[in-house]
Ligand binder design. Structure first.
Ligand SMILES: *Cc1c(COP(=O)(O)O)cnc(C)c1O
Length: 227
């Protein structure tokens, strides 16, 4: 399987299958195509097959592809680490940001969101594997951050994003997502309707635990040469 069209069909059928065995409604999981390091031509190929949501990690690279693809009606998601001096272009050129993990970044995104655009959709990145090296707010600090971010005028807080430690065991893949989903439900904020969970290696576990958006790179575009 080395062509984008075949991979796309395969990923979509994996999603449909997981949604069905999870007993969840059809269409309740959205596919985000993670196109980092891949050329604009690959994005165009997938777009022509019907894909509309694309996610990028590196700002300069993303802006370049956005310029090349400006004729396409793409919804762009930013999923990479955010430095505070990069918030303005992120607030300007994306519809969703999944990697907000501190108030200062959220405040800057809100201040810098252009007035003519709708509120910027935000997921808070949560560190559920408790690894020091990974970014993300701790589960413990999540409720306070939710309360602060939801008050910012030009943002729309939608939910959470997580990147658990890589794990090949299916049951173990599910655990961190279950814990985070439970923690979010306990906040009793029905507007938090988005769970950005799951990558190529744990898509099924993520969907079983409530993912509403899966972020898929390798399984769609093939292995990356660099990261
Ligand atoms: C690269 C990346 C992905 C996609 O990973 P694959 O394993 O290639 O599917 C998803 N989410 C984030 C945050 C990433 O950086």
């Amino acid at each position: 399987m080395n062509d984008i069209a075949e991979r796309f069909q395969h990923v979509r059928s994996q999603i449909r299958h997981a949604v069905s065995i999870a007993g969840r409604p059809r269409g309740s999981v959205q596919l985000l195509a993670v196109s980092k390091t891949k050329p604009a031509g690959d994005i165009a190929t997938l777009y022509r097959l019907g894909q509309r949501h694309f996610a990028e990690n590196y700002l300069q690279e993303a802006l370049g592809k956005q310029r090349q693809l400006s004729a396409f009606n793409i919804t762009w998601h930013f999923i990479g680490p955010i430095q505070s001096n990069k918030t303005k272009p992120i607030a300007t050129h994306f519809a969703w940001v999944h990697s907000v993990d501190r108030l200062k970044i959220a405040q800057r995104l809100s201040e810098q969101r252009p007035a003519h655009l709708p509120p910027l959709n935000i997921c808070l990145q949560v560190n559920i594997s408790a690894e020091d090296s990974k970014s993300g707010v701790s589960l413990e600090d999540l409720p306070a951050l939710v309360e602060e971010v939801r008050m910012l005028p030009n943002l729309r807080l939608r939910g959470v994003m997580a990147i658990p430690e890589a794990e090949s065991n299916y049951a173990k893949q599910r655990q961190p997502y279950r814990r985070l989903c439970q923690a979010v439900k306990e906040l009793n904020r029905p507007e938090l309707d988005s769970y950005s969970f799951g990558m190529s290696g744990d898509l099924k576990a993520a969907i079983m635990e409530g993912a509403t958006m899966v972020r898929i790179g390798t399984a769609l575009f093939g292995e990356r040469q660099y990261d």
